[in-house]
Design a protein around this ligand. Sequence first.
Ligand code: ADP
Ligand code: ADP
Length: 228
Amino acid sequence: MTVLRFENVSKQYPGGHQALVDVSFAVDEGEMLFVTGHSGAGKSTLLKLIHLSERPSRGAVLLGERNLQRVRGGKVALHRRQVGVVYQDHRLLTDRTVGENVALPLILRGTRRAEIGKRVRSVLERMGLGHREKALPTQLSAGEQQRVGIARAIIAEPPLLVADEPTGNLDPTLAAEIMELFAGLPERGTSVLVVSHDLALLKRMRKRVLVLDHGRLVDDISPQDLAE
Ligand code: ADP
Ligand code: ADP
């Protein structure tokens, strides 16, 4: 099953040059991959097209069977619930506890309270934060805050999780820990797409890597091709 598909996608910003040029690729269920490339290569634009904060100028983006071209108006919010997002700066609500932050996607869905409590505890446990449910985000370390961001992104079990430089603010050891958490998600049914320009990390992870260069997809490297 294909979770995400880009079909000949180009994006030209008004007045700007081409951010993406004829980009095609597919992500399978249970797959984890990276997107890399120089600054300005088009990585953020690719994420924005998935999240529908931008629209392609040409081509199509499909999430599962759904052509996102047809997702308009009030349906955009529904679409966004199907994509978990992890940000570099994690964007946690600082006046809510860790548990309340993680619960948000389920509250939006109208999940029952008792069920929410159970799932919050379970996902925090998985992220190694079982003891931090009542803490405020500001009381946590950078690595812990990022793990809360991941917990919030996966609690509703989206088919796809996207992350934009999720380890950009972390030292190499913490970055590796966070990446291992991402790597464990596909076996639970969530495909993972991570934007990163940390080449050392990409090599170590041995996952598929898409390389963007001036908006073009110039390489699609399979894990077997990644040398030591
Ligand atoms: P990356 O995330 O790889 O750094 P971006 O997707 O942010 O690349 O940018 C790709 C290109 O599109 C760059 O040349 C950038 O200047 C341009 N760009 C990005 N956002 C906009 C925008 N809102 N308006 C005009 N040009 C933009
Ligand atoms: P269907 O899949 O047959 O469209 P659903 O029950 O999945 O039916 O969706 C009900 C309504 O919500 C439909 O109008 C559908 O287009 C919209 N919808 C559901 N999920 C999404 C999504 N991920 N993105 C956009 N719209 C959605």
